[in-house]
Design a protein. Structure first.
Lengths: 333, 367, 330
């Protein structure tokens, strides 16, 4: 019997997910800068040009506006493009097409038409790329009705969620984290392994405090949860959102009601960050009566990411700081 | 009147509301004195029971214990129908009838806030609270709910029961020796320390099984005697706030180690206020032990609806005649207070004789 | 008053009358909407195609309806009507009714008719360009043989997207016609102030594609025959084309534009070059149709417009729930 899972990196999971979907559906194709012979800025399409050819693994000029526009036009007329945005910072060039066109077209046309396109963004810092190459901009897109936004944090989740995003008939902003392309984990090999969008995952059950996170910070939160249990005996429940929009409110609120103590962690800047939305959602829900402490947020500092590695590391939540915040909550601070 | 805004989490507030705890009474463990849920859970000993006034009156009339009962009203409020239902079923009624001196439903009027009253009003010009209580002044404190109930029960028992007392002396030499031998094995088996009280209790249990009239209960009206073929032993535990009597259920079926574990657990939870309602009800006999306080002898008041209560005083070295010669022996006085409506002098004497014999020849405990 | 010469053609009478009728529809429809706006019966902004009828109809007539695709811009009434959209649905949409082409949720700037290849008007200047090349990419990848006409104005040419999409269409050889309807003004800026070349079609050279010029965009047959030529070129797989037609809008940029940036003289000059009047003259002079026939067409057109107004007025408003529908596809 074929082995069911394999240890592989996030990068390989991405290649696998895209390749499987492209084999399954001839309308799926990949376009972006340097996705072909170069194999992608982060090696996330290595080998695909050889398998699928240059019509379906399409190198583009440096024209983010045209790339996104073309993807949307193609999606509207029957194709299912995947756009490799490369550094998420460059998605800013694509904003009009994503926000004004892709997100709204179906609505403005009264329900006619659909735009099945995935924008894969290499988000976050931690690789010394400095301010213009290290941003996590998911908050902007969660604000726009008509878009879906996902941010998986493990190789298996990356594969399952990317496949689901490609199969989804809506524009999806897919966050992959530069610092985690090499991160390894067990990934199911089944080509029909798809995870549902809009469903969070309890990565660790616990009863003292809920830590809600996603993406790059998931790894650190899990580490902090493990350590704080071993040394202080605190039982942490880790809620991995996986999909930011649509948000799995039930999963979040259930956990909050269970523990009464909430810490939200992400690497994007604190002000206007997505966890602020989750915090507000908790505060106005009926889970409010179960809160036994402040709703705490631990996020990236409100500064452009600095180049110096020590400075950069200090600007993003670390395992130590996550632990500190967990204990703050547990000690009723 | 100044209203102070309290820091308290939503969960704490919700729990306080549900249990009828005034937040101003609670000390918060959180940041800047913020009250958290555990502060309420820990604080709340005097549980206010959520009950309608009419239901309360009916329950009081029938001496029904409402603690732990969930009613049919809003937020489990106990309503008249619920109480009538409880009364209608004789078994349930029997179970819920108060036999516990300390824990009972609060009287309708809420007690005044104790902590504030405990601090005397600082008179004008006095600088610190430390200087507030000077020699010659008094402190008047209203009774806590708990104390009010104890007081009520005591009065009922004292004035309601025609009781008599028999005091007996026991030579504790052999029991103390046995205890020394058993300390290690018991420690190994249970992790707990074997006390003299434990051994006395086990002896009492064994003796009770042979004296039905002592291990009996009398109903309120005094018209029915219930003889139990099991022993639920009530052990009085004194605390600053008052007296509680946790009950070791089916003590007659326990081995010594099992008893030791059970009583230790109950005592711990009594002291940490984590005792469940049904762990304070249903005793068939009670023991009050003031031995550790060096009391020579004393008599206890019967814990209704028990037929009797044993008071155990301290063990003291005394000179006693042994085989015609003066010897120094550890002697303990114990008193049995009995309800004369169901126990007469002879019955009591027979029980105490057997008990004394067992305590003085404790090896027979193993039989 | 000298008559401007019109191109001659060998098209069938039926086709020509059909095109004339479509121009009348545009004129009558937009005139009616203008009146309704003044009466306060239509909210928001509307952009009229009055004066540009030939530039629109001539182009659309050269493509295969129901087969080829177009993307439109904010001044999209002309294109939609030229593509023979249902006037009832269009008027209802402009009035925001539930029976509108977009269920009342898009309005004038987002009129679309996807089933007939109309990928929609667009509220963002240049917003349709990316979509057009994307649609063209699909046709290329799927080898459908369909082409895409991307309609935009003279101002849009200065958007970055024009440059990017023309370039991408060129390198990938996409079957798209980039069609700039030059009515010589953005909102208020004359074209001469915003470009440093004579005409935008000259830019085509920068992208290695052919650039075509229709100097008289009010000459219906000139527009039509030029398009006939370039549609053939593109359909044969030769890659994209840029084409520019010069015309004029009679009314302001939108309904909220008093038009202070143009002189009355200029407007009047252009009104004399009315594309519908010219084509009418041509038809009558060439004895292809009689005045009566053409009047009959106009009457029918006016009636159809009235019908659409009645339809729209009697249509229900969309429900509150509908505001929350159609955000996502299943």
């Amino acid at each position: 019997m074929e082995k069911e899972t394999k240890i592989m990196s996030v990068r390989d999971a991405i290649i696998m997910a895209m390749s499987e979907e492209m084999r399954r559906d001839e309308n799926v194709f990949l376009m972006g800068e340097d996705v072909g012979i170069f194999g992608g800025d982060f090696g996330t399409s290595v080998g695909m040009l050889e398998e699928f050819g240059k019509e379906r693994v399409r190198d583009t000029p440096i024209s983010e506006n045209a790339i996104s526009g073309a993807a949307i036009g193609a999606a509207m007329t029957g194709m299912r493009p995947i756009v490799d945005v490369t550094f998420m910072d460059f998605i800013v060039y694509m904003m009009d097409n994503i926000v004004n066109q892709a997100a709204k077209t179906r609505y403005m046309f009264g329900g006619k038409g659909q735009i099945p396109v995935v924008f894969r963004c290499a988000a976050g810092g931690g690789v010394g790329s400095a301010a213009q190459h290290s941003q996590s901009l998911e908050a902007w897109f969660t604000h726009i009705p008509g878009l879906k936004v996902v941010a998986p944090g493990t190789p298996a989740d990356v594969k399952g969620i990317l496949k689901a995003s490609i199969r989804d008939n809506n524009p999806v902003i897919f966050l992959e984290y530069k610092a985690q392309f090499n991160m390894k984990g067990e990934v199911p090999l089944d080509p029909d392994f798809v995870l549902p969008l809009g469903k969070a995952d309890i990565k660790k059950e616990g009863k003292d405090v809920s830590v809600i996170t996603y993406g790059r910070m998931l790894e650190r939160v899990m580490q902090a949860a493990k350590e704080v249990e071993e040394t202080e005996g605190v039982s942490v429940e880790v809620v991995d959102l996986r999909t930011l929009k649509p948000l799995d409110k039930e999963a979040v609120l259930e956990s909050v009601k269970k523990t009464g103590k909430v810490l939200l962690v992400n690497d994007a800047h604190k002000t206007g960050g997505f966890i602020g939305e989750v915090a507000a959602m908790i505060a106005e829900s009926d889970a409010f009566d179960y809160l036994d402490g402040r709703i705490l947020r631990l996020a990236g500092e409100d500064v452009p990411i600095p180049y110096n590695q020590t400075l950069e590391a200090a600007m993003i939540p670390s395992v130590e700081r996550i632990k500190k915040y967990i204990l703050k909550l547990v000690n009723n601070r | 009147m100044e209203t102070v805004k309290l820091r308290a989490t939503p969960a704490a507030r919700a729990l306080a509301r549900r249990l009828g705890v005034k937040l101003t009474n609670v000390t918060g463990s959180g940041y800047k004195g913020r009250i958290h849920r555990d502060d309420i859970a820990g604080f709340n000993y005097e549980e206010k029971i959520h009950v309608s006034p009419l239901a309360r009156r009916i329950a009081d009339e029938h001496h029904i214990e409402l603690k732990g009962i969930k009613g049919s009203g809003h937020n489990h409020k106990i309503m008249k129908e619920d109480v009538l239902q409880l009364i209608a079923d004789p078994q349930i009624k029997e179970m819920l009838t108060r036999d516990n001196l300390a824990v009972a439903a609060a009287p309708p009027k809420p007690a005044a806030v104790v902590p504030q009253a405990a601090v005397p009003e600082p008179s004008k010009g006095v600088a610190t609270a430390a200087a507030a209580v000077s020699a010659g002044s008094s402190e008047t404190v209203p009774m806590t709910q708990m104390r009010k109930i104890i007081s009520k029960r005591m009065m009922e028992s004292y004035f309601g029961i025609p009781s008599f007392i028999q005091t007996w002396e026991v030579d504790m030499t052999n029991l103390l020796a046995l205890r020394k031998q058993l300390i290690e094995p018991i420690k190994e088996k249970t992790g707990k320390k074997l006390t003299v009280t434990d051994l006395i209790s086990v002896a009492v249990v064994k003796t009770l099984m042979k004296h039905k009239q002592i291990n009996a209960s009398l109903n309120r009206e005094g018209t029915e005697i219930t003889y139990h073929n099991y022993v639920n032993l009530g052990m009085a535990v004194g605390m600053d706030e008052g007296l509680l009597v946790p009950v070791v259920k089916n003590a007659d079926r326990m081995s010594l180690s099992e008893f030791v574990v059970a009583i230790k657990d109950l005592t711990e939870r009594t002291l940490s206020k984590k005792l469940l309602p049904d762990e304070q009800a249903g005793s068939t006999f009670s023991i009050s032990n003031l031995g550790m306080y060096g009391v020579d002898e004393f008599t206890a008041i019967i814990n209704q609806p028990n037929a009797a209560i044993l008071s155990v005083a301290s063990t003291q070295e005394r000179i006693v005649p042994v085989n015609g010669e003066a010897a120094i022996r550890p002697i303990m006085k114990m008193s049995l207070t009995s309800d004369h409506r169901i126990i007469d002098g002879l019955t009591a004497a027979k029980f105490m004789t057997d008990l004394k014999a067992l305590l003085e020849n404790p090896m027979t405990l193993l039989i | 008053m000298a008559k401007t010469k019109s191109t001659k053609s060998n098209l069938s009478k039926g086709k020509m009358l059909h095109m004339h009728r479509l121009m009348l529809d545009i004129r009558n429809f937009d005139s009616k909407v203008n009146k309704l706006v003044k009466k306060g019966m239509i909210p928001g902004m509307t952009h009229f195609s009055i004066g540009e009828e030939a530039a629109n109809v001539g182009a659309v007539a050269a493509i295969e309806k129901g087969f080829d695709l177009i993307t439109s811009n904010h001044r999209g009434h002309g294109q939609s009507i030229a593509l023979e959209i249902d006037l009832n649905g269009m008027m209802a949409e402009i009035m925001g009714k539930a029976t509108g082409t977009c269920k009342g949720k898009g309005g004038s700037m987002h009129i679309a008719d996807l089933d007939n290849g109309n990928l929609g008007a667009n509220g963002i200047v240049g917003g349709g360009m990316g979509m057009a090349i994307g649609a063209a990419l699909t046709q290329k990848m799927k080898k459908t043989g369909k082409i895409v006409v991307c309609f935009f104005g003279d101002g849009a040419v200065n958007e970055g997207t024009f440059h990017e999409t023309m370039n991408m269409a060129s390198i990938w050889n996409l079957p798209v016609i980039f069609y700039s309807i030059n009515n010589m003004y953005g909102i208020s800026t004359p074209i001469k102030d915003v470009i440093n070349i004579d005409y935008n079609y000259q830019r085509a050279a920068s992208y290695g594609i052919p650039g075509h010029f229709i100097e008289d965009g009010n000459d219906l047959l000139a527009v039509y025959h030029k398009f006939e030529e370039i549609v053939k070129y593109v359909r044969e797989g030769n890659g994209p084309v840029l084409v520019e037609a010069v015309t004029y809008r009679w009314l302001g940029h939108s309904t909220s534009d008093p038009g202070k940036y143009r002189t009355k003289e200029e407007v009047d000059e252009w009104k004399k070059k009315d594309p519908i009047a010219r084509f009418r003259d041509y038809l009558i002079e060439s004895e292809i149709a009689t005045a009566a026939e053409l009047d009959g067409l106009n009457d029918a057109s006016l009636e159809a417009v009235e019908e659409s107004v009645k339809f729209a007025l009697s249509s229900p408003e969309p429900t509150l729930e509908s505001a929350f529908e159609d955000i996502y596809a299943d």
